[in-house]
Design a protein around this ligand. Structure first.
Ligand SMILES: Nc1nc2c(c(=O)[nH]1)N[C@H]1C(S)=C(S)[C@@H](COP(=O)(O)OP(=O)(O)OC[C@H]3O[C@@H](n4cnc5c(N)ncnc54)[C@H](O)[C@@H]3O)O[C@H]1N2
Ligand code: MOO
Length: 646
């Protein structure tokens, strides 16, 4: 473009994951960066750069394994309970660390402690329990075979034996081995230094006060921690503004590292400048821009001055997912580590999962033990723009480039992100609610292991039907019967009445057009003033039914804006994108908005019959009757008094 407008370059042809990895490897062959020697105390997590052979035997001498007497086995051959063999005691006591000075001659014995060094002449130890000490002698009541209760020198680790090999990551167990062989320092691979930059004018460092339009830099921090987990040394360079010169300077500084990671600005928007900076390099510079995977399409892989420079997408789940899939293997190789193998599990997919043709789609899932002893994989319905998607998932499933999606009930392979979860005492799924959060927090404090997964009300209904959860929190309004939740109750599932959340109209308390108005007066004003903009709710939500009733045929300005959560409505009003909307009282309060009640929404729990009497579920049910709990719920705006469930 010539008019000064930012250039909008097309992505290079989006390549497959395999092709992207192959191109990167063609331009950069990852290898360990050099050796350094570190003290054993600081070796945890490092990777051995050389084999380590034992310089000593372990044990270093023939060692007694019990408290007793060092003897010649042959002397004890005829010993018996009723015919003990008498041995004369030598005048020394062999505690650990004492080098014996007296030979065990035939007919004699030397007192020895566990860990003591066997003296010349002795070839066995008689346990204290099989002897009677009498004056200057000892009566042995059981024969000892040669070698009894003795560990010979080098039996544990022999001098010269290789105890650990190059490439071995050092955990506590390896450190124990090294210490036992007297190794005080170890050769390890140098940790690759990875510079990490986050780009975007909107970014705030965690700890800074929030501001309108601000976004906390989560990518920089999750990446730094992940770099460390894979054996690198993060070099956090913080936030760079969307300014080409500033970014260029920051990258120049960052290239002192062994690898550079940037996130944000990979896509095609006007502020997306990172790839433009990388576009100037030709040594070889960008090798991949665009990968046929979701999340991660805009990933950009470059190599300059012999270093990989990776431009990760700004969306948090895309950023960390592409880091794990494309960058971590390279980083590990540079750290001297092998590629990590993800453990896999088979699971059933309870809900259908549509998928785009042409991109391999990675769907994050939460795993729940199902009724038949297997696992159910619940897709986490937030997209790659969400931070919580990757951070809360147990693993992911893959729908290939040619897949249009997976049917409900499919058997799937789940690639696990973490090692096995603790088996929970109580599994809560469904729609998220701060009231439920408080109840689960209480259960946790009481010692129950709680697992909660936010899969929406309909996901909750399905989980309850399949028996994959203990309680499913739902708030579904059937407009035909004007009833909450009960119409969705599957066979074999009970309804546990929960609490009610007051719904009503929210507006800014300082909006002079509305201040102080309530009830009919408020609604009349909303209709009268055409400058007042509403924010609607998504079709299918219980709140939308309420909004539709409130509006009738009227479609005020803002009607088309239809977010899917109570919080989004309150945020739109608080931030001035709209002037009023319908939300629940606790959310309106959290945003400091005025609130005029309309009716109550019922938030209830679906409990599979088979789980009703489980101790944790019984406790959960009891909590709804508990005075202190009710007070806590009331404090966050939940109404637990009176009838519920209808
Ligand atoms: N017209 C198109 N738009 C987009 C496309 C496309 O193909 N055509 N691709 C979409 C996809 S897929 C992704 S993924 C994103 C990637 O966007 P960018 O890499 O350019 O990232 P930004 O625009 O800078 O930010 C996106 C989003 O992420 C937030 N962000 C950025 N950095 C951080 C950080 N360090 N910590 C937390 N959050 C961060 C940022 O505020 C934005 O909300 O592009 C789509 N668009
Ligand atoms: O492909 Mo983007 O990385 O989905 O979010």
């Amino acid at each position: 473009m010539s008019d000064g407008a930012p250039e909008q370059r097309q992505f290079l042809r989006a390549v497959s994951r395999e092709e992207a990895l192959a191109r990167l490897r063609a331009a950069f062959v990852p290898a360990p960066l050099g050796v350094e020697t570190v003290a054993l105390e600081t070796a945890l997590g490092r990777v051995l750069a050389d084999d380590v052979a034992a310089a000593v035997d372990v044990p270093g001498f023939d060692r007694a394994n019990v408290d007793g007497f060092a003897v010649r086995a042959a002397d004890t051959e005829d010993a018996a309970e009723d015919a003990p063999v008498q041995l004369a005691l030598n005048a020394e006591l062999l505690t650990p660390g004492i080098v014996p000075g007296v030979e065990v001659a035939p007919g004699t014995a030397t007192p020895i402690a566990t860990g003591g060094m066997l003296p010349r002449g002795a070839d066995a130890v008689v346990m204290l329990e099989h002897s009677d000490r009498a004056g200057a002698g000892v009566a042995v009541t059981r024969p000892a075979a040669p070698g009894a209760f003795v560990t010979h020198a080098g039996a544990d680790i022999a001098r010269g034996e290789s105890v650990l090999f190059a490439g071995q990551p050092l955990g506590s167990r390896e450190i124990g081995l090294l210490a036992a062989t007297g190794t005080g320092e170890v050769p390890v691979w140098r940790r690759p230094r990875v510079a990490i930059l986050s780009t975007g004018d909107e970014l705030l460092a965690p700890g800074e006060p929030p501001r309108d339009g601000g976004v906390y830099d989560s990518n920089g921090h999750i990446l730094a921690a992940a770099v460390r987990e894979h054996g690198g040394e993060p070099w956090a360079l913080g936030i760079v503004r969307d300014d080409e010169a500033a970014l260029q300077a920051a990258i120049e500084q960052a290239l002192a590292a062994d690898m550079v990671l940037l996130s944000g600005g990979t896509s095609k928007g006007e502020g997306d400048i990172a790839h433009r900076v990388a576009g100037h390099w030709d040594d070889p510079g960008i090798v991949v821009h665009g990968v046929a995977v979701k999340p991660g399409k805009p990933l950009c892989l470059a190599v300059t001055r012999g270093r990989p420079v990776v431009l990760l997408p700004g969306f948090p789940t895309s950023a960390i997912f592409t880091f794990q899939e494309f960058v971590a293997p390279v980083l590990r190789a540079m750290a001297g580590r092998r590629e990590a193998m993800r453990s896999r599990r088979r699971a059933t997919l309870p809900l259908a999962l549509p998928s785009e043709l042409g991109r391999a789609e990675y769907h994050m899932v939460g795993l729940l033990p199902d009724a038949s002893g297997g696992l159910a994989a619940y897709p986490i319905p937030k997209g790659s723009g969400a931070v919580s998607t990757f951070s809360r998932a147990d693993g992911f499933i893959v729908a290939g480039e040619r897949s249009r999606g997976l049917a409900a009930g499919s058997e799937v392979t789940v690639y696990c992100l973490d090692e096995a979860q603790e088996l929970p005492d109580v599994v809560a799924v469904g729609s998220h609610c701060v009231g439920l959060d408080r109840m689960l927090a209480r259960l946790r404090r009481e010692g129950y292991a709680v697992r909660s997964l936010h899969v929406g009300s309909l996901g909750g209904v399905e989980a309850a039907r399949r028996g994959d959860c203990d309680v499913a929190g739902v708030h579904l309004l059937d407009p035909e019967t004007d009833t909450y939740n009960r119409p969705w109750l599957p066979d074999g599932v009970r309804l546990l009445p929960g609490y009610r959340r007051r719904q009503g109209i929210c507006y800014r308390a300082d909006d002079e057009r509305l201040a102080g108005l309530a009830g009919t007066a408020l609604q009349t004003r909303l209709r009268a003033d055409e400058a007042l903009v509403m924010v609607n709710r998504n079709a299918g939500s219980g709140t939308r039914v309420l909004v539709d009733r409130l509006l009738g045929d009227w479609q005020p300005p803002g009607w088309g804006v239809q977010p899917a959560s109570h919080n989004a409505v309150a945020a739109a009003v608080a931030q001035g994108r709209a002037d009023w909307g319908v939300t629940i009282a606790p959310v309106a309060a959290a945003y400091g908005l005025a609130f005029d009640p309309l009716r109550d929404e019922h938030y209830d729990f679906l409990v599979p019959e088979s789980r009703w009497d489980r101790p944790a579920v019984a406790r959960f049910r009891a909590l709804l009757e508990d005075e202190a709990m009710r007070e806590e719920l009331a404090n966050v705006g939940m109404r637990v008094d009176g009838e519920s469930g209808e």
